[in-house]
Design a protein around this ligand. Sequence first.
Ligand code: NCD
Length: 300
Amino acid sequence: MDKCRSILSIDDLRDDEIGRLFYAARTIKTEFCAREKKHRHAVMMTAFFEPSTRTRLSFEMAALRLGLGVTTFVATSSSMAKGESVFETLTNLIGLGPDILVVRNLEPWMHEDLVHSNVAIINGGDGANEHPSQALLDCFTLLNHFKSDNLVGKKILIIGDLAHSRVAHSNIKLMLRLGAELTLLAPDAFQLHGQHGNVRSCAHFDDVDDAYDAVMCLRMQKERMAQGFGITDEDYRARYGLHRARLLRLGKNCVVLHPGPMNLFVEIERDVAYGPQSLIAEQVKNGVLMRAALIDHCLS
Ligand code: NCD
């Protein structure tokens, strides 16, 4: 590959590229069935230094569907056990020469030091910073639901641990670029300060008095809270948990998103997560399509 495209942030994508990615995700299933797999000489490597279910496996599913070879780095049985650092490990993984390396890492922005190589790096989540493929699949899910190519005039409520959520950070950027109006609901310690434009912040569910087109619930990212989080699961559920009555207040057409992993009976109740307004299962399915579109984009 002469030219490679790394995607570390939503900011790495121009508006026209985002539009093309959504289009590709909508149509890419035809490539899955093509007898001559387009990318059968390419190899994708995944290296996740933090736990993952959906992100890693949907990248791997997507790559296999497109005909790529896939190889998975497993930290516990690697030379990290002999003291090699994450950065050295990644440098060596790049040296092995995959065409694409999908990395999830605790350290924000470390990926930026890796992109000089000929390997396309895709950020599978860097600490609390960004998670661009998740935001793309979340917005893709909304666009499909609204049968639209933008979110202009759509009111979206994001509830939860905004400060520590890379999903929220990438989604806020992308949703605003697509024209949405956002409300961020979180206790003060989890709030994202300094937002402006089409963003409103509030601390109590009672302050949320509008009707919404979509609501996204986020879990408390306890692993990122060195100082403890000052709110118990029970408190959080009582103040911010999405239950049926609250969803009804947001609107009978308000759809529900959650990037997973879900903590049922904390940020979301089971009947809401699996209820008729939920798009959570769609998000999982769309994850494979969106990541296939991203892989194709990086290799094209
Ligand atoms: C998220 C992540 O890892 O950032 N999940 C995901 O990728 N689907 C959200 C989370 O961990 O809460």
